[in-house]
Design a protein around this ligand. Sequence first.
Ligand SMILES: Nc1ncnc2c1ncn2[C@@H]1O[C@H](COP(=O)(O)OP(=O)(O)O)[C@@H](O)[C@H]1O
Ligand SMILES: O=c1ccn([C@@H]2O[C@H](COP(=O)(O)O)[C@@H](O)[C@H]2O)c(=O)[nH]1
Length: 205
Amino acid sequence: MLIIGIAGGTGSGKTTVVRKIIEKLPQGEVAVLPQDSYYRDNADMPLEERQEINFDHPDSIEFELLVKHLKKLKKGEPIDQPIYSYLTCLRSEETILVEPKEVVIVEGILALTQPELRDLMDLKVFVDCDADDRLNRVIKRDIIERGRSVEKVLNRYEKTVKPMHLQFIEPTKRYADIIVPQGGNNVVAIDILTHFIEKNLIVRM
Ligand SMILES: Nc1ncnc2c1ncn2[C@@H]1O[C@H](COP(=O)(O)OP(=O)(O)O)[C@@H](O)[C@H]1O
Ligand SMILES: O=c1ccn([C@@H]2O[C@H](COP(=O)(O)O)[C@@H](O)[C@H]2O)c(=O)[nH]1
């Protein structure tokens, strides 16, 4: 099994890069563990309080469960992946059954912050993008997909998203084997990543 970590700021294009890699590889060979699925369940808090959580701090993620799941997949065992909703800021009662695959991608803003996770990764990628482009994309996305207003997105950006990016996310660039500028639009980088994955899969077979 090849484990790949893909980090980068919010709106940098991580999900797009993952989607394009999957499209280029044989069907059914990749499992994705989105870090966002592992946001802690704060069902004991009222919605207004949950919406104020600092979702860009490493403590907001149940990394213990993510590491446990990755280790299980590595041992060839399936996992029950949580489902998280950005609208309710809660985990669903249901889970997704994820089977072990030849390639497992761990994707998320904080994916390279944890030493234990990094140690499990065979390839570490940081998707890089200017902050103004990221903010521009996040405003559009959060209004359409996450039920936010422009004012709410900008407030959160100033209060938590930007400071946490500078404190926790940007510094993890130093752990990356590959830094991808212009995320999903970087055809060459996606090609290189796909070739690396294919080459390693052949060697391991
Ligand atoms: N290179 C790009 N140019 C313009 N828009 C992009 C680009 N890459 C991603 N997007 C858009 O920006 C938003 C965030 O991209 P996404 O891949 O989900 O980023 P992330 O997973 O890092 O938050 C999505 O709506 C996506 O379609
Ligand atoms: O309930 C939530 C949980 C997280 N967020 C924000 O999402 C981004 C990370 O997601 P990406 O898909 O990588 O952009 C992060 O900045 C969190 O603040 C949220 O808005 N609501």
